[in-house]
Design a binder for this molecule. Structure first.
Ligand SMILES: Nc1nc2c(ncn2[C@@H]2O[C@H](COP(=O)(O)OP(=O)(O)OP(=O)(O)O)[C@@H](O)[C@H]2O)c(=O)[nH]1
Ligand SMILES: [Mg+2]
Length: 288
């Protein structure tokens, strides 16, 4: 347990480093916040959980701040005569416009790391005009993104590539260090999991799979080859610019990958330098 005595050396008494958890609807964001907080508690790491999703029905973690205390989706619907989708969009803007108030409430909270649950649809967090401001105010220059890949969408080459591109767009949009995690990996058969992880590591293998898939899609002109070429071209450029950071399996259900989430944060913000290698293994050892 010694290795965890000073979990985040960057904690200098101001706001701790912030992990924003993002991903498509239902990707497992709220579950990661819950499992990360539970896992960290076991290691004596103080994780401050923040809920920024006004549409969350219920959360299973202990939030230090819950945006639902500030904004109620049903009240937004009533007040502005909006349906659920319009209300989500307006609520996201309202949250962002109150970034300073939110920060005031979390400023000075003592903890090692902060993890933020974001709204269901990633675009509500990443693509609203005001959200960069929110990230800036809450992140205080010490923030990063945990991007969750949906496991079923990741099972096909085109679905996988789409999420790679989406992750890189969110990374580009918010300008924060980003790590990709394959969420709910316990739901995938071992050989499928292995194949997806290989796509994350080896663009040539992914390219071959994408071309094979495309060649079967006769409804695309030219069998979809052009489309595959375009996507691979994008990924190669990303790789070239070193903004395709690979993919790490994660399961909130089986409590796997949480150590990698922490390692990523420590790599970005300082703390234990050797981070990933053998780190999860150490923890497994500690748990025996
Ligand atoms: N098997 C399995 N199921 C999971 C895991 N993580 C989440 N789930 C399930 O996936 C569903 C969605 O999980 P959430 O954590 O609510 O996902 P979310 O991204 O917060 O969803 P929204 O906020 O509604 O977009 C729930 O039924 C979870 O129980 C996991 O690691 N393994
Ligand atoms: Mg959620």
């Amino acid at each position: 347990m010694d290795a965890f005595a000073v979990p985040m050396s960057v904690n200098d008494g101001t706001t701790p480093p912030v992990l924003f958890v993002v991903g498509t609807a239902g990707a497992g964001k709220s579950s990661l916040v819950t499992s990360f907080q539970r896992w960290a508690r076991f290691l004596d790491i103080d994780v401050l959980a923040i809920n920024l999703d006004p549409g969350a029905e219920r959360v299973h973690y202990d939030p230090e701040f819950d945006v639902r205390d500030l904004i109620s989706l049903s009240e937004v619907m009533d007040e502005y005569d909006l349906g659920p989708n319009g209300a989500q969009i307006l609520a996201a803007d309202l949250v962002a416009s109150q970034a300073e108030d939110v920060f005031e409430q979390i400023e000075g909270l003592a903890g090692d790391i902060m993890i933020v649950d974001t709204p269901g649809q990633v675009e509500l967090f990443a693509f609203r005009e005001a959200s960069s401001h929110l990230v800036e105010v809450l992140g205080q220059g010490r923030a990063c993104l945990i991007f969750l890949f949906d496991p079923l969408l990741s099972s096909t080459p085109s679905g996988f590539v789409s999420q790679m591109l989406l992750s890189s767009i969110v990374h580009f949009r918010l300008g924060l260090p980003t790590a990709n995690f394959l969420s709910k990996s316990d739901l995938l058969e071992p050989e499928i999991l292995e194949r997806i992880l290989e796509w994350g590591e080896n663009l040539d293998v992914l390219e071959a799979a994408l071309f094979e898939e495309s060649s079967k899609q006769s409804h695309f002109e030219g069998g979809g080859g052009q489309r595959a070429e375009f996507a691979i071209g994008q990924l190669r450029m990303m790789q070239h610019a070193a903004i395709q950071p690979g993919l790490v399996p994660l399961s909130s259900e089986m409590e796997e990958g949480q150590a990698d989430v922490l390692s990523f944060a420590q790599n970005v913000f300082g703390g234990m330098s050797d981070a990933r290698d053998g780190f999860a293994g150490d923890i497994e050892h500690e748990r025996q």
